[in-house]
Design a protein around this ligand. Sequence first.
Ligand code: FRU
Length: 322
Amino acid sequence: MESIYRKKLGAALIGAAVLLAGCHSKNPGTTNSAAKGTAKRWVIGMSQCTLGEPWRVQMDADIKKAARKYPRLKIIFKDAQNSVLQQRAQIAEFVQSGVNLIIVSPKETAPLTEPLAKAYQAGIPVIVLDRAVLGNQYTCFIGASNTAIGRAAGKWIVNKLHGKGNVVELEGSMTSSPGQERNSGFRQAIKGTDIHVIFTADMKWQQSIARREMESALTRFPNINLVYAANDPGAYGAYLAAKAAGRAKKIIFVGIDGLPSLGLAYVAQGYLDATFRYPTCGRHAIAAAWKILHGQKVPKRITLPSRLFTKQNLAEGGQPLP
Ligand code: FRU
């Protein structure tokens, strides 16, 4: 009985402390209204291009978790279900409903440029995550350098294959900036070596398409030394195809994303030989949003670091890219 009473008293005291802290908040635009009990609530619209991929589910979860640390942030999450049209409509809806800020991870570069530029011109700050749009009609872009990741993957591959061998490249969607840049960085790094890309296909970031494409590569080429896939689901799809054909042990698999629950687990289990971390940007998006909403400047481009993970360096948390 007594302990329940103490707990209740404790909770009441914490509640009072939170209220007092709220009244003395230093956040511009919240101090007076908070004291009057009419605290401003910020509404952020977040359009995710698809929730059909684990990395994007993690991005939304990271945004949600980060937003909990900030008072009075409400996020409206929308899933565009891999449809450019749906995502364009979602941006227009956000503008119409008068959200205070838009966060978007676009499906494709070109088609999302116009609706986001319109939102930006209408005075709504726009934070673009991971996949770029064209031009400069947005407030801030946050992502890692996909060219640097592609180049680092290429260098790792050259080293691993001692400068020669046959590679299957499974590209990410080539209508998106990460797909293009992971390809171009890789190609730059293998230039002038005896590494030959004997088969290329756009697997559109999908494990199932990667698996199908790898099946056809396996039937056409008896000698494949390595698969470079633009993301870990793609690399794993290729691994599954090779395993079913009894050839997985002879092939090296390299992916990108490095989610602890997915890519790193594949490396630990020996399905993938290497993966490169692609940060989800969720935490950074909320930090930038909070600053923008309070009138502070943020850089036009925030580039987050990546890491290389192999079985040898997993325990020590990978290795930063040079
Ligand atoms: C998820 C995803 C990730 C990849 C990113 C690139 O949709 O395919 O696997 O790193 O998008 O934009």
